[in-house]
Design a protein around this ligand. Structure first.
Ligand code: UD1
Length: 460
């Protein structure tokens, strides 16, 4: 795909620096070409913390969460939990005390629910806590169909009423536990969300539950570890069979620290690589990064693993970068949430690479944006054929979703000239202090208010 000159329209910057205002439309302004160098710390995992916050709503006592990332999706999730009556107190930037014993409703049907996809975890959590849950379906969809049939199937097998798709009333799922009992649940598709939701509901169900063909993502293990710390009896999280023995009470009174964000870490590995940089990324779990590390080594990048760190660099600036083929898959396969950023990396190879998106139906919407920056990519159904280019060029582009936005940031850092990424709010939903972190590595990036509009939507 190539960009037409009209795609490169000018942007009107209205506010910068101290007068910058988050409540107004804004873009990232990135002057590319700086080599990233230095050290960076990874924050707590977005997908883990959203599951853990929802899980904390079904605990029978207070708990403290540490290493909570300071991102807008977390703020929305906390707001949603407060709207249920939960008491949430911020201790410091990354630590929160949560007291769910003050919850006074099983209904979450307002606009907040449709702001984040992970609000669907409140179905499992409130069913377990209140025996009832009345939750609005998360709205919008960014990369193809995002059904919740598997979540509902699990609740139905555990005896919940109102879990048939035909029971959904004006976009609201009304579930009643009658009561919930243990069940054997087989998922014919591996689903992160359905696995977590089934696990939540099963923790307080009567008897034993077995989830077969469960998802194995690191954040599934984190949610299970959190629940076990609160008093649940979950075994096998991280394998494809999870066994849960229901307990009547989850006492809580525990402090739990969220795991590092695998996707944030991968994004910085790619940003370092495409700028020809030398960056050591700390506070990550190297085994979580293996699918990406293996591909990057195959392409010719140097990846040096420490106990909790990875250094990314090229042994010489003239090292050849080789094309490769990547296929996304559930963990421990290649994460779909690193697919767009990896396509940017593939653009830096000499020759043609292939990216096969095997998880989501339609996750290449960002390709026309990348084409405006000079990328040469042809998409056929779920496969993108990526021809290597000498360099990206600056353009005005739009972050079509969170990870697509992260990919555009990587491309802009490597591009010659000044790139503006609009709808940057979508990126701030999942990357803690990204401007500060990249600036500390030598990037020239800032937020600027622009004359533009931002449409509310739902993220992964
Ligand atoms: C989670 C992540 C998202 C990531 C995805 C896959 C969170 C908040 N979001 O999303 O960033 O891209 O995992 O790693 O953790 N499916 C069904 N029926 C269902 C549920 C899912 O058919 O009831 C299908 C989906 O359409 C998709 C596949 O299963 O094709 C995987 O989706 P799933 O793992 O459920 O993704 P999420 O949990 O929504």
């Amino acid at each position: 795909m190539t960009a037409s000159p009209s795609d490169r329209s000018d942007i009107k910057v209205t506010e910068t620096g101290n007068s910058f205002d988050y409540s107004k439309p804004y873009a990232y302004e990135i002057k590319g070409g700086n080599r990233l160098e230095g050290d960076i710390e990874i924050s707590g995992s977005k997908n883990a913390v959203l599951g853990v916050i929802a899980a904390s709503m079904m605990v029978d006592g207070p708990c403290t969460l540490e290493n909570v990332p300071d991102i807008s999706d977390v703020h929305v999730m906390f707001e949603l939990c407060r709207s249920l009556g939960a008491n949430i107190e911020q201790v410091d930037q990354h630590t929160f005390k949560i007291d769910p014993t003050t919850i006074n409703t099983y209904k979450a049907s307002g606009q907040l629910v449709s702001k984040i996809r992970a609000s669907y975890y409140l179905m499992g959590a409130l069913l377990a806590r209140c025996g009832k849950a009345s939750i609005r379906l998360p709205g919008g969809c960014n990369f193809g169909q995002r059904p919740i049939d598997l979540h509902l199937k699990a609740f139905q097998l555990m005896g919940a009423k109102g879990a048939r798709p035909s029971d959904i009333d004006s976009g609201i799922v009304n579930l009643t536990a009658d009561p919930l009992h243990g069940a054997k649940i087989f998922f014919d598709i591996v689903s992160v969300g359905a696995t977590i939701n089934a696990m939540l509901a099963a923790c307080k169900a009567q008897g034993k539950t077995e989830i077969i063909n469960a998802a194995k993502e690191p954040h599934i293990v984190d949610v299970a570890n959190f629940l076990n710390a609160m008093g649940a009896r979950i075994k096998g999280a991280g394998t494809d069979v999870i066994k849960i023995t229901g307990v009547p009470v989850l006492p809580g009174n525990f402090t739990y620290s969220i795991i590092p964000d695998q996707i944030e870490a991968g994004t910085y590995m790619i940003a370092a690589a495409v700028t020809g940089g030398d960056v050591t990324i700390h506070n990550l779990i190297p085994t979580h990064m293996e699918p990406l590390s293996a591909k990057m080594r195959e392409m010719g990048y140097q990846i040096e693993e420490g106990d909790e760190s990875i250094r990314v660099y090229k042994s010489s600036p003239d090292d050849e970068i080789y094309p490769t083929s990547v296929k996304t898959a559930p963990y421990p396969g290649f994460p779909t949430d690193l697919q767009p950023q990896t396509v940017v990396l593939l653009c830096s190879a000499r020759g043609q690479s292939r990216m096969h998106e095997n998880v989501w139906q339609n996750r290449f919407q960002y390709v026309p944006e990348l084409a405006k920056m000079g990328a040469n990519i042809n998409v056929y159904e779920r496969i993108a054929w990526v021809d290597g280019i000498d360099s990206f060029r600056a353009a005005r582009v739009e972050a079509t979703d969170l990870r697509a936005g992260a990919a555009l940031v990587c491309a802009a850092l490597a591009a010659k000239g000044t790139t503006y990424i609009t709808e940057a709010k979508r990126i701030d939903r999942g990357y803690e202090h990204i401007v500060k972190k990249l600036s500390s590595l030598g990037a020239d990036i800032r937020r600027v208010n622009i004359e533009d509009s931002y449409s509310e939507d739902t993220e992964a």
